[in-house]
Each structure stands twice: as structure tokens, then as C-alpha cells.
Design a binder for this molecule. Structure first.
Ligand code: TPP
Ligand code: SF4
Ligand code: MG
Length: 338
């Protein structure tokens, strides 16, 4: 069934009523109306980008629906469900680092089979949502993610991309941007930080011909993140979300600057916000004024060596990569909407 927002919200009473004075089109009122299914009390660091991502994705579920969540080993998994404590109000499966896709696709197939056998009521609506870090998704879990998507399981896979293996001490992954200083790509006299460009996983997932693929982050009252999560959850079939989720420990920014870093990633086009619906690209945020990428790099300690005299070429190269990828995206949008 194609996603239809009107059908999704029809017949639900509002618990956040009319008469507020927020601007027309503001994303906050629809979000404020729903309880959080990812609760307080987790142990993720202050200023971590991952908790607001999990919270707003889970909020996009209809209150009456149940979810099975599977999280690959990484910061989110070890810090949000330490038995007997949990921050998740839905069903939760711990899964190994390399197989969130396989674990959740198995759960989805089992539910389908139990419904067929009459062991679960036909009208019970269960949604399947996997979360994996960039290490668990771009690298070690890529085969299990690719298999689950290709087999067309009815599930959503969310990659929270903090650009390194943070939980084990900030090792570089294939999502780490070029020149970033990590413990396995240390910037110094031998190498200028990570030597390679980052993998474009969102495009790899588009190559799986999924009904819905999107890239987003938390900004502007979470509207872009919430709406894309709702579309991914309520589009039938395999859907993928790639969500940038900064890490103050690995990126080296003050904890209170999380939302500023997110906004700068979008305004410099380092992390473009877009969705691909049945192969058609839509850029969901085009900054009125595209900022130079150094605005995004400067507040982060992992890039501080790029600002030393003599290293201007690194910033220039980084800008070239961002510009090239942004232009490719604009071209794809034009081409697929003809
Ligand atoms: C097969 C396997 N190899 C290595 C590890 C150790 N390990 C646990 S979490 C982790 C890093 C996870 O990185 P990422 O997926 O990016 O999540 P993050 O911690 O950054 O949130 C590693 C290497 C493991 N648990 N299993
Ligand atoms: S180390 Fe980074 S990713 Fe992990 S919980 Fe802390 S801020 Fe979040
Ligand atoms: Mg990571």
C-alpha cells in the first residue's frame, strides 16, 4: 500500500489541542502530541546525537501499534538496555554487531508465519525497526542489511551515523569523513587523518530499489526526521533511513552544541536531507545560502589540524568533495523527476 499521511492520522483524537500560537508549518505541534517510547534514564553521553534520533523515530509509530526493535552492538545498544533496565517501551532484541538486518528480518518472518497459523491475531499491527551504528551498518553488518532488504522484508533499518566506532574508542569506519582524526587514522606528521573519502551508503541502499530510502538528521523541531520516520514505518516493504548522529566524544564539540552541529551539516550540504521514493529523488532541505564547509569543520576537534597554516589544501579538498556530491544529488533530483 502506498504511504498516505491523511489515512495514517485520520480518526485519531488530538491530545495537543488547537489554539497554540506556533507558526504555520512548524514541526513541533504534531510531535508534542505523542508520548515518548524511548524513555529517559538511558546512559548515552550528554550531547550525544543518537537519543533524539531514536526518540523521534519511535514517536512516529501510531500509539496503538506495537514494535519489535533490534539494535546492533554499539553505543546505542550497550547504553539503552542494560538488563534489567531498559529505555525502550516496545519489544527489544539484542543483536550481534554484524547482524541487525538478519535478526530483525527473522523476527518479521516469524510474526508473518504465526499470523498465518492463527497464533497471532490478524488485527495485531507490529512494526519492525532495526538500529545500527555506522560500524554496524556501513561495514560489518552490510551483508545482513543488504540481504534483508533484497528479500523484501517489511521492516525499517535505521543507521545512526556518528562516523566512527565510538563505543570501542573512536576507530575509523567507512563512514568516517576524509581527514578526520580518529584513533586508527591519527592526524600528525605521517598522515593527515583519514586518507579515504566516506562511503555513500544511502546511494548503496537506493541501488536495492527500495520503496523508501531517506537521509536526515535532527533539526528544525525534528520535523524532517519525524516525517521521514513515519513514511519509512508506514510504507510497506523494506525501508532505510540514514541519520547523522554526532558524538561529542569522537567529534570534539561542546555538548550544548549538538543541534548547532546538526544544522551546520545541513546548511553546508555536508549531510544533505533527501528522500528517494520508488527511485525518485526529492531534496527535502535546500539551504537558502549554502555555507562554506569550514563552518561545519571548525567547531570539531577531529578537524582542528585542517586549520593549521599550510593545511588549507585539506579544507579545499573537503569542500570539493561536498560540492561534487551536492551537485550529483541536484542532478539526480532533476533527472528522476522528468
Ligand atoms: C564481531 C564483533 N567485533 C567487534 C566487536 C566490538 N565492538 C562492539 S561495539 C563496536 C563499535 C560499534 O561502532 P558503531 O556501529 O559505529 O556504533 P557506535 O558505537 O559508534 O555507536 C565494536 C567494534 C563486537 N561486539 N563484535
Ligand atoms: S561515545 Fe559518542 S556515540 Fe557513544 S554515547 Fe557517547 S556521545 Fe554517544
Ligand atoms: Mg559509529
Amino acid at each position: 500500500m502506498p504511504y498516505n499521511l491523511k489515512e495514517v492520522v485520520a480518526n485519531k483524537p488530538s491530545r495537543f489541542t488547537e489554539g497554540h500560537r506556533m507558526c504555520a508549518g512548524c514541526g513541533a505541534p504534531p510531535v508534542a502530541n505523542k508520548p515518548s517510547r524511548f524513555t529517559e534514564g538511558h546512559r548515552m553521553c550528554a550531547g550525544c546525537g543518537a537519543p533524539p534520533v531514536a526518540r523521534h523515530i519511535m514517536r512516529a509509530l501510531k500509539p496503538e501499534d506495537h514494535a519489535v526493535v533490534s539494535v546492533a552492538t554499539g553505543c546505542m545498544e550497550v547504553s539503552t538496555f542494560m538488563y534489567p533496565y531498559t529505555a525502550w517501551t516496545d519489544s527489544f532484541i539484542h543483536t550481534a554487531f554484524e547482524c541487525a538486518g538478519a535478526t530483525l528480518s527473522g523476527a518479521e518472518a516469524a510474526y508473518k508465519s504465526m499470523k498465518k497459523q492463527g497464533k497471532l491475531p490478524e488485527d495485531k499491527h507490529t512494526k519492525f525497526i532495526a538500529f545500527g551504528g555506522d560500524g554496524g551498518t556501513y561495514d560489518i553488518g552490510l551483508q545482513s542489511l543488504s540481504g534483508a532488504m533484497e528479500r523484501r522484508h517489511d521492516m525499517v533499518y535505521v543507521c545512526y551515523d556518528n562516523g566512527a566506532y565510538m563505543n570501542t574508542g573512536i576507530q575509523r569506519s567507512s563512514a568516517t569523513p576524509k581527514f578526520a582524526d580518529t584513533t586508527t587514522s591519527p592526524a600528525g606528521t605521517v598522515i593527515p587523518g583519514k586518507a579515504q573519502e566516506r562511503k555513500d551508503l544511502t546511494k548503496v541502499m537506493v541501488g536495492h530499489h527500495l520503496p523508501y530510502v531517506a537521509q536526515t538528521l535532527a533539526m528544525n523541531n525534528f520535523a524532517d526526521l519525524y516525517q521521514k520516520a513515519e513514511k519509512a514505518i508506514y510504507t510497506e516493504g523494506p525501508c532505510f533511513l540514514n541519520v547523522m548522529a554526532p558524538c561529542p566524544r569522537g567529534w570534539g564539540y561542546p555538548t550544548e552544541d549538538l543541534m548547532k552541529i546538526n544544522k551546520l551539516a545541513a546548511d553546508t550540504c555536508y549531510w544533505p536531507l533527501y528522500e528517494v521514493v520508488d527511485g525518485v529523488y526529492h531534496i527535502t532541505y535546500k539551504p537558502a545560502k549554502k555555507l562554506p564547509v569550514e563552518e561545519f569543520l571548525k567547531p570539531q576537534k577531529r578537524f582542528r589540524h585542517m586549520f593549521k597554516p599550510g593545511n588549507e589544501w585539506m579544507i579545499e579538498e573537503f569542500q570539493r568533495i561536498v560540492d561534487k556530491r551536492w551537485q550529483e544529488l541536484l542532478d539526480l533530483e532533476e533527472m528522476t523527476n522528468k
